[in-house]
Ligand binder design. Sequence first.
Ligand code: NAI
Ligand code: MG
Length: 325
Amino acid sequence: MTEEIAIIPGDGIGREVVPAAVRVLDALDLGLSFVTGEAGDGTLAETGEALPDKTVSLVTNADATLFGAAGETAADVILPLRSAVGSFANVRPARAYPGVDALKPETDLVFIRENTEGVYTGIESELSAGVTTLTRVVTEDASRQIAQFGFEYADERGDRVTVAHKANVMRTTDGQFLEGVADVAEERGVEYDTALMDALAMHLVMHPDEYDVVICPNLAGDMLSDLAAGLVGGLGLLPSANIGHDNALFEPVHGTAPDIAGDGIANPAAAILSAALLLDHLGYDDAGSRVRTAVEKTLEKGPHTPDLGGNASTEDVSSAITDRL
Ligand code: NAI
Ligand code: MG
């Protein structure tokens, strides 16, 4: 059966790195079919809508989606798309690569971020002039679900789990989060650590090698994974997967990079590694590994884009990766 992949490049460097990743997928000759949809700032300007229904249908009907980035409309685009695929888990691996200058070359982390609630529910209001509120939602179901996913993921890798929280202050909501995790851990008979998320941020910078899989509430996962990007050489290296029960969306962690968009120098590694996660998810494990190896070799031997200290273009790097396949 031909699998259909929805391709949503979005804005800015999304339009440069996503085509590079599609080239890599194409070069594998797996017989995947691609359908392209529009979303983001450009689409808003053209059609009056940042996320047309047509694009949402493409994504819900596809077997998986590869997304680039959206600019100022990011929250109106990526949050609904993540929910359109029913994704409850956001998987963000952050590892250092030989050949890339990293602050902490020993970094090899995977953030398993709760993807549906926390402070990203959008329940905000202005009570009166100068007085605003945000409602943080944490449910037993979502906490158990992310814990189940995170422990299973760690089991497969033989890794230790750390759970980030701030239950000393957010007693009820993060208390609920920790309770969900504890229940699941007890059912599975596994041990794990917990860490206050602020202290964890410091420990991750100083001793990243002491951590493997980090299960996080939504906002903490967003922030700690960007922090880890800083440890390994920047956002150009971090892929991610948004996993649902029967659909999934893959995207680089980075945004539209307006400072370099249009220059043809964006690092395509994060998008191409996201495509590798997509292949893993669809069961093309060999192909996923081949892509990762080609990216690793290219990071080791070059060429490198300017974010990694080189002067190669997106095209140079993606050609080198495709050649290595
Ligand atoms: P950003 O990730 O776009 O850029 C941060 C810095 O990292 C910039 O200096 C950029 O040049 C660099 N960078 C990021 N990806 C790179 C790559 N592949 N190669 C080389 N350098 C790279 O984050 P920023 O500046 O906070 O946001 C810019 C726009 O992107 C905003 O409009 C924001 O809303 C949007 N955004 C969208 C996201 C999404 O669609 N999922 C996620 C994050 C931001
Ligand atoms: Mg982010």
